[in-house]
Design a protein around this ligand. Structure first.
Ligand SMILES: Nc1ncnc2c1ncn2[C@@H]1O[C@H](COP(=O)(O)OP(=O)(O)OP(=O)(O)O)[C@@H](O)[C@H]1O
Length: 692
């Protein structure tokens, strides 16, 4: 080969090599630019959030993405406000429209899905130590942006300048010990990332330029802004422990999926409502639509709403709270169905029907009081929505101890017909009619508004109420959660879920740690229901759940024997005075509970006369108020107080008293004892009974 040819070939080879190097360099530069931007923005986010470490937060940077060999999590922040999984995005022309995120014209919502998925997985991981699911928050920080604070699905999107305030604003939700336990879990869950792989190119090792100088440019937040944001968080009123940190069993139950209606039960104070509220928040966060939380007592939903507003402020607007009747009335109004609820006129209608067809007949002559027959119609017939005698003729009257003859059933039916005629003639409805109308309306035209329904104190619901709630979600996955305790049933009659068309098929969970009462209070209260058998909604005769664990101890309950009512009033006032004199108990921590409305009136008058602020439970909406709460036991369902006083108990109603022999009286006696059990188990620290 001529010399000129060889020189030419070498020149081309060198040129080709130069091109290859140039291409490699261009590629490396482009890659470096991408990483450089990411590094820069991530560092800026870390720098922005760094002041949080002064108030108890830990910032874990560049941790491995669990389950991935290469992906990284920019920043995991663990502190008093919970866990924040932070991903920084250098997205410029980004806009948020409803539940979608757009970059220019492109929909990039799916880019957030990986972070959302990581959030779900991390929730499960941290539930193992008891962290409530809502305390794990995926956050996207938009580099260079400010004035943004939006939520897309479970992901919060904030501007770079808003990130510090956002995290600090969660205040103190975890104690230092809980932060430590979550941190330990985070350190193992988000693994440390190893060194980067060596640069693999056939060129001399490139010199890595120092991070872009612009990093130190203008501070994102001024010193004052940082201080203000941190202070706001520190001053935020602390939440109660169980709002963020649960028993691991509870935390896992909150997230557990059931492929149809499910039931959570457990004796008083075992955290059923707590789990129900967390579950409502969790369901609201993880699926579109509204979650309905419902219960029987009219005022309880308001109280629960107040609690959820502190527990899960991010989703409280996606959860609707309504008593069964409030819900039914709302539905009927929405559908244009006329309903005229007039409880007093309904009572008059019953009175008249009784006089006309029953007082001189089989019912009037029986040994049972009129009230028994009234309840038969109210709970056994209308509570189920029975409309034909054949349905009643051989009905198993669950929970009704007294057997009825065929003649008596016929007489009940005649009374029922007469009562119904009277109601129609007056154009009025009773409480049960409201539910039956709504139930019928839902059958006529279903309602698809709710993704889930959580029923608390489900044992108070009638069969028709359960059917109505079930109709809202049918057998959908996690649609219906019934929470309750048959031992706390205080209304006559019963039914089985099968009658309501609901099948649990084994989807039941029992909670068995009592968090509320001292062992002394619980032991005392349990004597009220010792050996009590009741008809459980799952169709079995149940004995009541007994908690396996009661964590706290305290003084024995106090029983004061009073000679008359005036003395009892004085002693009630004296007891309230002495418990509110102790450190840590104020008027708002005291509940004075009565069996009768008259008792409520007396106690409230006596306390007011002694200068105590009083709020009646019938007016209480859960907003913190430093006044003694006074009300009937029925109104106190689901509530709790540090100190409870029972102000109108009779000696013969207390433990040790012999149950009556006659079936109907025995049934009533047991209902009353369960009511007293409910009242006593409202007490966290102290229980007092004024007995005549
Ligand atoms: N994991 C927990 N850690 C600490 N306290 C808890 C926990 N779970 C529940 N509690 C406390 O126990 C109390 C009782 O819980 P909750 O009201 O949910 O019980 P419940 O089973 O619904 O009671 P009831 O049936 O008697 O109304 C709560 O107010 C809370 O103070």
């Amino acid at each position: 080969m001529p010399a000129g040819d060889s020189a030419g070939a070498e020149a081309r080879r060198q040129l080709a090599l130069a091109d290859a190097h140039a291409n490699a360099a261009a590629e490396a530069r482009a890659k470096a630019a991408r990483f450089g931007i990411a590094e820069l923005t991530e560092r800026r986010t870390a720098a922005t959030l760094a002041p949080l470490s002064g108030v108890g937060y830990h910032l874990l940077a560049d941790r491995g993405w669990p389950g991935s060999r290469t992906a990284q999590v920019d920043l995991v922040v663990v502190g008093p406000g919970g866990v924040f999984i932070v991903d920084t995005k250098a997205w410029r022309d980004v806009s948020i429209q409803g539940d979608r995120v757009l970059r220019g014209q492109d929909d990039v919502t799916d880019d957030l899905l990986a972070l959302a998925d990581l959030g779900y997985a991390a929730e499960a991981e941290f539930a193992e130590v008891g962290l409530a699911p809502g305390e794990v928050r995926p956050v996207v920080v938009l580099a260079g942006r400010h004035g943004i604070n939006e939520r897309v699905g479970p992901v919060r999107i904030v501007g770079e300048k808003d990130a510090l305030r956002h995290i600090a604003s969660h205040g103190t939700r975890l104690t230092p010990a809980q932060v430590d336990s979550v941190l330990a879990r985070a350190l193992s869950y988000f693994p440390q990332v190893g060194a980067s792989p060596p640069v693999n190119v056939a060129v001399p090792e490139p010199l890595v330029p120092s991070p872009a100088g612009s990093f130190e440019q203008e501070a994102l937040l001024s010193e004052d802004e940082v201080q203000a944001a941190l202070l706001e968080g520190i001053l935020a009123s602390p939440i109660e422990e169980w709002m963020s940190f649960l028993h691991p069993g509870q935390a896992k139950l909150v997230r557990r999926s059931f492929n149809g209606p499910a039931r959570i039960r457990g004796s008083a104070g075992t955290g059923k409502t707590v789990v129900g509220l967390h579950r409502a928040a969790y369901l609201a966060r993880t699926r579109p639509g509204t979650v309905l939380v419902t219960t029987f007592v009219r005022t309880l939903p308001g109280v629960m709403r107040q609690t959820l507003a502190r527990l899960a402020p991010d989703v409280v607007d996606q959860v609707e709270f309504a008593s069964a009747h409030r819900f039914a009335l709302g539905l009927l109004k929405e559908r244009g169905v006329t309903v005229n609820l007039q409880p007093q006129q309904a009572r008059n209608a019953f009175e008249r029907a009784w006089r006309e067809v029953a007082s001189d007949g089989a019912l009037g002559r029986s040994s049972l009081e009129r009230r028994y027959w009234e309840e038969e119609i109210d709970y056994v017939l209308k509570g189920r929505g029975i409309t034909r005698f054949e349905q009643y003729a051989d009905l198993t009257r669950t929970g009704r101890r007294h057997r009825l003859t065929v003649e008596q059933r016929r007489a009940v039916w005649a009374l029922f017909e007469a009562y119904t005629r009277e109601l129609r003639a007056r154009r009025v409805h009773d409480y049960q009619d409201v539910i039956l109308l709504a139930d019928a309306e839902l059958r006529r035209q279903p309602l698809d508004r709710y993704s889930a329904v959580v029923v608390d104190e489900a044992q108070d619901f009638s069969c028709a109420m359960v059917r109505m709630m079930h109709a809202l979600v049918r057998d959908s996955t996690d649609g219906l959660t019934l929470i309750g305790d048959g031992q706390q049933s205080i209304y006559p009659g019963g039914y089985t879920l099968a009658e309501a068309g609901v099948s649990l098929a084994g989807r039941g969970v029992v909670l068995d740690i009592n968090y509320r009462n001292t062992a002394e209070i619980l032991a005392f209260a349990s004597r009220m229901v010792d050996g009590d058998e009741f008809a459980d909604i799952e169709g079995v005769v149940a004995r009541g759940d007994v908690p396996g664990n009661v964590a706290r101890t305290g003084p024995d309950p106090v029983i004061e024997q009073c000679v008359n009512r005036a003395e009892r009033d004085r002693l009630v006032v004296g007891r309230v005075r002495s418990v509110t004199a102790t450190v840590g108990t104020s008027a708002g921590d005291v509940g004075v509970l009565c069996v009768t409305a008259k008792g409520v009136e007396r106690a409230a008058d006596a306390l007011r006369a002694a200068g105590f602020p009083v709020v009646l439970l019938s007016d209480y909406d859960g907003a913190p108020v430093d006044a003694v709460k006074v009300g009937t036991i029925k109104r106190a369902k689901g509530l709790e107080f540090k100190q409870v006083l029972l102000a109108d108990v009779r000696a013969d109603q207390l433990a040790g008293a012999e149950p009556p022999r006659e079936d109907a009286s025995r049934e009533r006696w047991q209902l009353l004892r369960r009511e007293l059990y409910v009242a006593m188990t409202r007490a966290r620290d102290g229980l007092w009974l004024g007995v005549i």
